[in-house]
Design a binder for this molecule. Structure first.
Ligand code: FES
Length: 356
């Protein structure tokens, strides 16, 4: 069975008649003018820029080759070094060669690219018109129609029993996230406002759990971390109760020393024998403030460099912390040991804790 060849699509032409006029599809559109001229305005200047950029690219090429050559030729492995060669010197030489060649390659490539863009490409600003974000009215009507048809087909409008029981079924699931909040633990109540420090509680050294007398800090400028006695194994309590004791020389500590943020709120002197106690928990986000510079009396938080002036109520003098380190009132017990006179009078730690 022989196959008939497919006839070409399109209008039939009877022999002898003129060929049909070309349709719009067949006609090539006339070349349109480019929106912007690709030619730089100053041709001579452009030529110079081209030469400089090309020289930089050649330099980048050579430096790149140098990098590869240095990597291959400069050995640093102890096993592959010649006998007697110093591995430290070899590594230094290799690092210098690799670093220098890579630096030159990248700098030259970047400089050449900048010159190209700044001196050879047209300096124009192009703004794209903002389009209407609304859907066309026809699209909106089509969506509305589809939605109505879909709702009708799903029967949700016709079968109230199904609709209501389905909504009932989803209600517990909607409430479930609220129930799961229980797993966050009990509400903090007033815990964030208080620590375990109370009147008469001894301050003991963090390392040896030793009670302290003022005479134990006889050297001005010394700083020591203390914790409340009996809480050394209570991580939750220690998270807020860490305290630093700082000993000042006579006349260095400025009384009053009690600040709330930047505001002086009391003229009480809570120090003993020029020893002052501040919370060790930074009021920014709670890092331990562990660095003390005794010549300037600055307490530094290593996390984000908040700096507190220990001689002036640990007021903030630099950094993101928003308020002073709370001060722990001190007193002596009947045997002359340092004890707390009360809890802190402000919340310790990050400033958001005192809200709410
Ligand atoms: S936690 Fe101390 S400065 Fe951020």
């Amino acid at each position: 069975m022989s196959e008939t060849p497919e006839e070409p699509a399109g209008p039939r032409r009877v022999i002898g008649t003129p060929s049909p006029a070309p349709t719009a599809v067949d006609v090539a559109p006339p070349p349109s003018e480019p929106a912007f001229s690709a030619e730089p305005p100053a041709l001579r200047h452009a030529k110079n820029a081209e030469r400089v950029a090309a020289a930089l690219f050649v330099l980048a090429f050579l430096a790149g080759c140098g990098f590869i050559a240095a990597y291959i030729s400069l050995e640093v492995g102890i096993a592959t070094l010649p006998k007697g060669a110093d591995p430290v010197v070899a590594a230094l030489r290799s690092n210098m060669a690799l670093g220098t060649s890579l630096t030159v390659a990248l700098l030259a490539l970047g400089a050449g690219s900048i010159i190209w863009v700044r001196h050879l490409t047209p300096d124009i600003e192009i703004a794209e018109e903002r389009h209407d974000l609304n859907s066309a009215p026809a699209d909106r009507a089509a969506f509305k129609k589809d939605f109505a048809e879909g709702a009708a087909m799903s029967q949700i409008t016709r079968r109230p029993l199904l609709r209501r029981t389905m909504l009932l079924a989803t209600a517990p699931l909607a409430l479930a996230p609220l129930v799961l909040l229980r797993d966050l633990g009990p509400l903090p109540q007033t815990d964030l406002r208080h620590t375990v420090w109370r009147k008469g509680l001894h301050a003991v050294t963090l390392g040896g759990l030793r009670r302290l007398r003022p005479a134990d800090m006889s050297t001005p400028g010394s700083m020591i971390t203390v914790i409340p006695e009996g809480y050394q194994d209570d991580d939750n309590a220690l998270a807020k109760a860490g305290v630093i004791l700082i000993k000042f020389a006579a006349g260095e500590l400025h009384v009053p020393t009690n600040y709330d943020g930047g505001t002086l709120v009391s003229t009480m002197n809570w120090t003993i024998d020029n020893i002052v106690a501040y919370s060790k928990i930074c009021t920014h986000v709670g890092c331990p403030v562990a660095l003390y510079e005794q010549t300037t009396h600055h307490i530094l938080c290593p996390c984000h460099q908040s700096t507190f002036d220990a001689a002036n109520g640990a007021n903030v003098i630099f950094g993101p912390a928003a308020r002073a380190l709370p001060q722990l009132p001190l007193m002596l017990d009947s045997e002359g040991y340092i004890v707390a006179a009360s809890d802190f009078t402000q919340p310790v730690g990050p400033s958001f804790w005192e809200r709410g």
